[in-house]
Design a protein. Sequence first.
Length: 279
Amino acid sequence: MLNETNIMKCIFCRFIILLTIFWLTACSTLDKPRLEKQRTFRITYADSAGQMISETWTKEKLEALGIKTISNEYFDRAMHWSESRFSAINFSLLLKRFTLKRGQDAVLLNCFDDYQGILSLDDIYRYDLRLATKITLTPKKFKPDWLHPLLILVPDGKRPPFQERFMTANIRELKFVRLKDYYSPLEKTAGSSSAAQEGIEVFKNNCLFCHSLKGRGGNKGKRLVEAYDFLAKKDRNKFVTDFNKFHHKNNTDKQDLEQFITQEKLERIISYLVVIGRS
């Protein structure tokens, strides 16, 4: 009798555990779209007196500017996917809502995951860039954690350089800035080396978004000049190995930087970081 009682207790306990796991999983699944739907975004700019103003925008307020459902060749090429669909607004329509009086010529893209992109106003208008408020993938596509609206899109038919900057996702704030002010801490850091001067441009267009330097850029990834001693050959080799290991085409997080950064460009980045290491 005692054994039967113990068995029944074990069965009951296991049932409770399974029920709890099911409940937590269901809640987690239900909360994800709800949280994404409730997200708000900030748009920050300076008035004529230099006073910073920050406005709160909702998904619905953005979509009221004029929403369209589109496909996107640029995105699918970079992600090695097909037939992705987006609800998107024309970025320029949003820009026209703001009068910039302090010479701002770029938009800083601060993201929920500490990624930080930047786009010039000239590029936004030239390539007619879009802001996606909804992302719809084909069935069975794995969606990485960083892939959430707001998302920068290059409309079909436009041909900007193939760079990571034109795929910034998970944006929480659009902040108007001056490019010269933003990049000023990095000026002259490459020295007189032509390879390093090429390297800083590659770094700015592909790496700075995750790996901050001189107080600029995102903090999603580690600071490279702290993680590696670029004056030491073994650390330079380790950097190349780590880059190829993490940023290859089939990496699980869908961060394929190999398509943007060739081995030659990677060597230029190293040349630049060597100069930074010496300074």
